[in-house]
Design a protein around this ligand. Sequence first.
Ligand SMILES: [Zn+2]
Length: 289
Amino acid sequence: MIKKILLSLVLLLLLVVIILAAGLFFVKNKLNKTANPITVYENFPLEEGKHTIMCLFAHPDDEISIAGTLCQLSQNPQNQIIGIYLTRGEAGGTGGLVPQEQLGEERTKELENLAKVVGYKHLEILGFPDGKLNQAEVDTVKMRILEAIYRYRPDIMISFDDRVGLYGHPDHLLAGKWAKQICEENMKNDSFPIQKLYCPTLSQGMIEIALSIAETFKRNYPQDPEKGLPPASFAVNISSVGECKLQAIQAHRTQKRTFTDVFPLYDQVPPFWYFRLFDKEYFTLQVEK
Ligand SMILES: [Zn+2]
């Protein structure tokens, strides 16, 4: 009798494991569905030798969509990564941790912590007003970005796309547009160091899931698929740096609510498992010299 019960329990357990595995397999397949087949690299694809990679973003925390890639890149001593942020993110949510008027200062500290986690060699915040980049003097912003480019001489730049701004924040869209314009306007000059401009994007499956669960995405993402994110040209497998990506997310303490929306249950599942499910970061090549 006991033998029979034990056997039934083992069979039941096996069934649960099979159902769970099938469910995970289904979700992972759905997440990684792309419009066209793409290459998945184990590391961000770079030619042999030294590289300076400049990230240009609008707000502290904008790097999270590629934080795994940055963690991997900084493990290689041949690479140096520079973080340039247009604003201090002072108009965002405070997470109830600080008064709104102290948020800029707090997010600056959060970004400094993040810089240690993902391995930024240099970090600069240009200090334009958060949420109001559309009111900034375009030539001034572009000149400040260009100055940073000549100061650090990156050969690779990563910024937002110029169609959506990843999930539709107007500041992201402007950062992406300016990055692309600067590259297109200057790449003909021999002294302009950037060889390639990339932007983070999402797989088709991620867009579909985000549109059904993430409030930020539902609010901002264009209805017309033609105006949506550029399709991914490749992905990077970041499952080996899940712990680093989790620490990057946790560095932005005041922004926890946004992350719970974009990465459901991220703080309840061990990073080893979580980033085996969310195991890819997607990119598109925007401009090439
Ligand atoms: Zn942002």
